[in-house]
Design a protein around this ligand. Structure first.
Ligand SMILES: Cc1cc2nc3c(=O)[nH]c(=O)nc-3n(C[C@H](O)[C@H](O)[C@H](O)COP(=O)(O)O)c2cc1C
Length: 171
């Protein structure tokens, strides 16, 4: 599978088969994230891989009641060990770095026949408490990972001329 195939086939998966993810596949997905670029190569990302069924069940409440988070056999909890440093452009580096790493993982997951969903709707304090994550760490996103139980249709995207202009801001 080439990169564009993975990009076009990826969907947000909100229903998972009751089937574990093989260790090799999980490791391949994590490796794709490990190889991601990051600002100053600081690699502030840290991932808690949640597989324990009881823990996953408890994650549902921490993820604002999104049931499929507990259905997936794996939940990646994407964290950053960071001082919140901003790049000279004024933007913090860590959410970008963690997102790139997770995006690599979501695409590798497609190649492995797996599905994912980005989860930004969660209670940061509840996730930290549940997993024993220290206060100094930021929890950036959750990402369930597993075999899709359905393949949703593609969601719409803006047209190219609505998002790209050349040489000068046009909007
Ligand atoms: C940063 C981010 C946070 C998201 N949070 C959630 C979420 O909490 N729950 C959910 O069901 N989907 C969530 N999504 C998935 C989006 O709704 C989805 O990507 C979008 O509707 C496009 O659909 P597609 O991913 O199938 O192309 C999130 C996506 C991103 C990128």
């Amino acid at each position: 599978m080439n990169v564009m195939d993975a990009i076009s086939q990826r969907r947000s998966i909100r229903s998972y088969e009751d089937r574990p993810v093989e260790e090799e596949k999980l490791n391949a997905v994590l490796e794709a994230g490990r190889l991601a670029p990051s600002a100053r190569n600081e690699q502030e990302w840290r991932f808690v891989v949640v597989r324990d069924p009881e823990m996953r069940a408890k994650m549902v409440a921490a993820a604002n009641g999104q049931k499929f988070v507990g259905e997936a056999p794996v939940v990646l909890v994407a964290c950053a060990e960071t001082d919140g440093r901003k790049m000279s452009c004024g933007e913090p580096a860590y959410p970008i770095d963690v997102a790139i790493s997770l995006d690599h993982m979501s695409l590798k997951a497609v190649e492995e026949g797996l599905g994912t969903c980005w989860i930004g709707a969660f209670d940061q304090a509840a996730v930290k408490k549940l997993l024993g994550i220290p206060d100094s760490i930021r929890v950036v996103e959750l990402m369930p990972l597993g075999y899709p139980a359905s393949q949703p249709s593609p969601r719409s995207r803006l047209e190219m001329d609505e998002i790209v202009c050349y040489d000068k801001w046009q909007w």
